[in-house]
Design a protein around this ligand. Structure first.
Ligand code: AOF
Ligand code: ZN
Length: 353
């Protein structure tokens, strides 16, 4: 590892301290280095509050303050150039006369997108980009997918028996997972902005789709109910978290209503003759939901696979449970070549119980 990479590695480590508190903003870390010595460190700690660079510069001790204009700033994401909830970090860097900035990856957010780098260069600052670039992007995979592909980061998740069945033919409850994987799934719910199930799963399993086994927030629940027929007595309609119903009839949520959902049921209208899964992805983009965890059923998961609209697949398997008749799990028929889906991300997770 070069010294630049070493300091960038530290930025990534710092950035991760913001996990769970900064979304939909990215996690960002920064260090200020004078002659091989770190004199300041900071990270983006909370959504709406100070950015990494601000906290980093503020952390420099009074006795070291005069060194700032001779130091190098390392930051895992391009310093911002816009007035958002906070003023532009590029202005702050220029004001402190920092002569050199080393950046992990460019900020794909349309208000920034290279403007921060240009601003620094125009002020005569030496700028180096792309240090541990892939790791910096991976750190914020949801944020990057959302802004570069204009759609949420999509994770498909299901549990399957040893002989690759996802359910019995008559939809009897199958116990595939155990306490450990259940807890893990709740952690996954906490990590994503939203969670989606199809109509059949909502009725057959009556899941609440909340996070109860991990500390932290609930995802926004997304449900497909084309003709608004599902009974409001289902757990997904309880007031424990917000629910958005995709349907053909009514709309109570406007595109552009981003975030700040309260614990109530919202309706989002979709059209019959367009791809359902693409409309859902599009709606999430408009509503600023940066990721979706899709928990079934088989048909809905298969639709996302058929449209190749996903970033990760997580399969929980039970190596002992074998059922005779049953509904084949997605991928079991080879609809996607094994090589193809291992290639999607190298951290697809398999849990063998
Ligand atoms: C940085 N450093 O630590 C972060 C950045 O509404 P605001 O002011 O918080 O701006 C949010 C945007 O700023 C966000 O979408 C992303 O483009 C960038 N995040 N930028 O220079 C940071 N967290
Ligand atoms: Zn900033």
């Amino acid at each position: 590892m070069t010294t630049d990479e070493l300091y960038m590695q530290r930025c990534i480590q710092l950035a991760k301290s913001g996990a769970g508190n900064v979304a939909p903003n990215p996690m960002v870390g920064a260090v200020l280095v004078y002659k091989e010595k770190i004199i300041g460190e900071g990270y983006h700690q909370k959504y709406g509050e100070a950015h990494a660079e601000v906290n980093c510069i503020a952390s420099v001790k009074i006795k070291d303050r005069q060194l700032i204009e001779r130091s190098t700033l390392y930051v895992s994401l391009e310093p911002c150039a816009h007035f958002g909830k906070t003023p532009p970090c590029s202005n702050l860097i220029i004001r402190h006369k920092i002569p050199k900035v080393v950046i992990g990856s460019r900020d794909p957010f349309k208000e920034v997108n290279g403007r921060g780098i240009e601003k620094l260069k125009a002020a005569g600052i030496e700028v180096i980009t792309g240090i541990l670039g892939d790791a910096c992007k991976d750190l914020n995979k949801r944020f990057f997918t959302f802004h570069t592909k204009q759609r949420p980061y999509i994770i498909l998740k299901w549990a399957q028996t040893a002989n690759k069945k996802i359910a019995t033919n008559d939809n009897k409850r199958l116990i595939i997972s155990n306490n450990i994987t259940n807890r893990l799934v709740h952690k996954w719910r906490f990590e994503e902005a939203s969670i989606l199930v199809g109509t059949n799963t909502a009725t057959a399993d009556d899941p609440s789709l909340t996070n109860r086994l991990w500390t932290g927030k609930n995802p926004v629940r997304l449900i497909i109910d084309k003709n608004i027929r599902l009974p409001l007595s289902l757990k997904i309609f309880n007031r424990e978290s917000p629910t958005i119903v995709f349907n053909y009839e009514k709309q109570t949520l406007e595109p552009g209503d981003t975030g700040n959902f309260t614990n109530q049921v919202y309706y989002f209208k979709i059209e019959k003759d367009k791809s359902l899964v693409r409309q859902i992805a599009n709606a999430c983009y408009q509503l600023n939901l940066q990721s979706i965890l899709i928990e079934g059923g088989a048909k809905l998961l298969q639709s996302f696979i058929d449209e190749k609209l996903f970033d990760e697949i997580r399969i929980i398997t039970n190596k002992d449970l074998i059922i005779g008749e049953g509904l084949a799990a997605p991928l079991s028929s080879g609809s996607l070549k094994q090589s193809e889906y291992f290639a999607i991300r190298n951290d697809n997770i398999y849990f063998i119980l």
